[in-house]
Every structure is written in C-alpha cells, then in structure tokens.
Unconditional design. Structure first.
Length: 242
C-alpha cells in the first residue's frame, strides 16, 4: 500500500466546517488510509469571527481523537496543524508563538482571501522563512488572482512559500475556474505537494478521482513526489524547489 502524506484535512469533529461527529472523523481517516495516505494531518480552520480556534483547544481535541483512534490499525498516523487565514490576527499568533505549525515546527499552513492578495504578502512570507518556518499555501488554484495566469504566485514562491494542490480541484468540485487553474499550475510545475482537503467521508471518492487525474497529467513518478516525498520534506524542514 502507498504511504502518502496528507498535509490538509478536517477530521477533528465539531470545531470547524469539517466532520461533525467522532464517528465521521474516524471514517474519514479510514477512507483516506484506503487511498494510500499513511499519515494524515488535521488542519482545522483558524479564522477570525468564523472559527476562533486556538492552539490549546486544538491540541486537546486532537489528543482526544488520537485516544479514540488507538487500537485501530486500519487508520493512518495522525498529526496536527491548522489552516490559518492570513490576517492581522494570524500574524499576531505567529509572532507570539501561538499559531499551530505542522509537527516539528518547520512549516505552517495558511490560506488567503479568495478575491484578492493581502498587501505585502511576499514580505510577510519572507519574514516567516527568516524565522525558520516555511509557509505552505493551501489551494492557490481557488484564489481568483491565480485563475488565469500563474505569474502572481512567483513572488510568493521566491519568498519561500510552498504551494499545496487540493486534489479535488482537479475534479471540478469547486468550479471551472479553480479546475482550470489547478490543471495549468500542475502542468507548469507550480505545486510542491498535493493534499486531500477532505471535510467529510464522502470526499474520499472525489480525492481518489483527483489522484487519478494528477497521475494522468504528470505520471506516476511525479505524482509520488507530490503525494509522498515532498510532503515528508515539508515536515522535516527540508523542502525546497530545485
């Protein structure tokens, strides 16, 4: 069985727009393991006025989930991060050491407003890298500034960001614009890794379709890099574009 690493999923119950119950969370993890994901990170939203989650509560929720998962060998290895909406609140959390990076503290997942890029974004990303933390950018294909052309993401990559493909974008789940942008950015080699961004057990079938679409576009070897080798490099703090 494959040993992919999923850097973006929402299996913690009842804390954001992901699964609602423990049983759904366990089933989602079970189905992702069936697709080949040997390690799956929970990345609950931290977004002001929508999901006001904070590190202590998320760590407690994840510990409780892991306790429930013990003794279930059909489940993947479980880790915790968070999907941080990039705003002033996030920056304050980051500077105070209160954000939720991936295990090891070498990288952190961020998302952007859908319609526009925050002012000075590349500068903030560069400052994060100077502090030894790589920003991982969730689903860039779903942001309108990247719908038609990829040039706007180049300064962010130069500043150290690692773009993360949402596999379900390749299936059209989020609409034609994100699908076309995802296909273009895959073909251009923009992405460093790929993930599920699964929110419920039923998403696993769409993620599987996305994996197949990715393999058709880039071949098995490069797909393995995006699904397994590069996510591991992110967690180890060894990620870099050649």
């Amino acid at each position: 069985m494959s040993d992919f690493v999923d850097l973006h999923s929402h299996y913690l119950p009842g804390i954001d727009d992901g699964v609602r119950t423990l049983e759904e969370g366990l089933e989602l993890c079970r189905r992702l393991r069936g697709l080949g994901f040997g390690t799956v990170m929970a990345t609950p939203h931290i977004r002001t006025a929508m999901f006001d989650n904070r590190r202590p509560g998320l760590e407690a929720a994840h510990a409780a989930f892991r306790q429930s998962a013990q003794g279930k060998p059909e489940l993947p290895r479980l880790g915790l991060g968070a999907e941080h909406f990039f705003d002033d609140v996030f920056w304050g959390l980051f500077e105070r050491g209160e954000a939720v990076p991936y295990p090891g503290g070498k990288a952190i997942l961020v998302e952007l407003p859908r319609e526009r890029l925050p002012v000075g974004l590349a500068r903030f990303f560069f400052q994060m890298r100077l502090k030894g933390v790589r920003p991982v950018l969730a689903h860039p294909e779903r942001y309108r500034p990247f719908f038609r052309r990829s040039e706007a993401i180049d300064p962010l990559i130069d500043a150290g960001v690692l773009p993360l493909l949402d596999l379900m974008s390749l299936t059209g789940k989020y609409g034609r614009g994100p699908r076309k942008a995802a296909e273009r950015m895959v073909d251009e080699g923009v992405y460093y890794a790929a993930c599920s961004d699964a929110h419920r057990p039923a998403d696993a079938a769409t993620v599987q379709e996305g994996i197949r679409a990715l393999r058709r576009r880039v071949g098995d070897s490069e797909a393995e890099e995006l699904l397994a080798a590069n996510p591991r490099r992110i967690l180890a703090g060894e990620a870099d574009f050649e």
